[in-house]
Design a protein around this ligand. Structure first.
Ligand SMILES: Nc1ncnc2c1ncn2[C@@H]1O[C@H](COP(=O)(O)OP(=O)(O)OP(=O)(O)O)[C@@H](O)[C@H]1O
Length: 285
């Protein structure tokens, strides 16, 4: 099942409220994007969810059981952290072995196959990994654990475009073969948009939005064409994210109803809104 309930969660660091009364239900077997600007509270939330940090107040449960100091619940959750917590002198293949001791369902064969796909040498030590390969080996460990809940904090840090693309594909195929709850915190929103089912946006320690990507994207659209005509179309319409190219312009309109008649008269074209643009508008100021 793996339902995660976050109730009234607050975390204060001295005078800083990193998390402010968060209430969230993470439903099983969905891929979530946890989005927020720098310092919004994403890592703090993930650290508390995985018992790396205690909240000031509040509770988190997995299928009704607390996750705090509860190995049984925590064994169902794997957290790929941005920081490296593996012993520096350990070889990657030893990391696989070590992980299997805690996550007994760890699939070594699958981890080795993924290592081959990414060109990761598993005989090399943790300290010998570049930033990109450090992300790669940690992501592979996460994918191979077979935990019911996988949490990724900035999984593509340092990865080149090809490896980022490959990792998104592997996350998706892992999910399709073996549905589970996946939470991905990232700043590369547009790249990940296609594999997300739901987004959770946090701003200054509060949840400002939790919605399916489909619903969010259908609440807006783009309109493009000759600048003056686009301007004419936009009269009385709430819009964001203007992009200008010579005498042409593309703008995101924050409405779900399109004025097809007017667009036709003005020779304008409709397009799909981008998650990143909506995110920027929701988290600005
Ligand atoms: N150990 C700490 N001591 C004091 N303040 C902290 C500590 N850790 C985080 N904070 C503060 O808590 C807030 C939330 O930080 P957090 O790292 O959770 O944000 P984030 O959304 O993960 O940011 P980023 O995208 O930059 O990684 C920030 O204001 C941060 O400065």
């Amino acid at each position: 099942m793996s339902v995660i309930e976050i109730k009234n969660l607050t975390k204060n660091y001295g005078g800083t409220k990193a998390l402010d009364s968060i209430n969230l239900t993470i439903e099983p077997n969905k891929i979530y994007g946890l989005l927020g600007r720098n310092g919004a509270g994403k890592t703090t939330l993930l650290n508390i969810m995985t018992n790396k940090l205690f909240p000031t107040t509040g509770e988190i449960t997995l299928d009704g059981e607390t996750v705090f100091e509860n190995d049984k619940a925590l064994n169902n959750i794997f957290y790929m952290m941005e920081r490296n917590l593996y012993p520096e002198g350990m070889k990657i293949k030893e990391v696989f072995k070590w992980t299997k001791e805690f996550y007994t369902e760890f699939d070594t064969e699958y981890a080795e196959k993924l290592a081959e796909k990414f060109g990761l040498n598993i005989n090399k030590k943790v300290k010998e990994q570049s930033t990109g390969y450090s992300s790669i080996f940690k992501a592979i460990v996460a994918l191979a654990t077979n935990a019911n809940v996988l949490i990724f904090d900035e999984p593509v840090l340092g990865l080149d475009a090809n490896h980022r693309d490959l990792l998104y594909k592997e996350i998706l195929s892992n999910y399709i073969d073996n549905p589970k709850t996946i939470i991905i915190s990232t700043h590369l929103i547009e790249e990940i948009a296609d594999i997300l089912e739901e987004v959770i946006i946090i701003k200054a320690g509060k949840v400002v939005l939790k919605k399916s990507v489909e619903e969010l994207l259908s609440s807006a659209y783009t309109i493009s064409g000759e600048s003056s005509k686009v301007e004419q179309y936009l009269i009385d319409k709430k819009h964001i994210g203007t992009e200008t190219m010579g005498k042409f312009k593309s703008v995101t309109v924050l409405e779900n109803k399109k004025d097809h008649k007017l667009a036709m008269e003005l020779d304008l074209e409709f397009g799909k809104a981008e998650l990143q643009k909506l995110f920027i508008s929701l988290t600005n100021s």
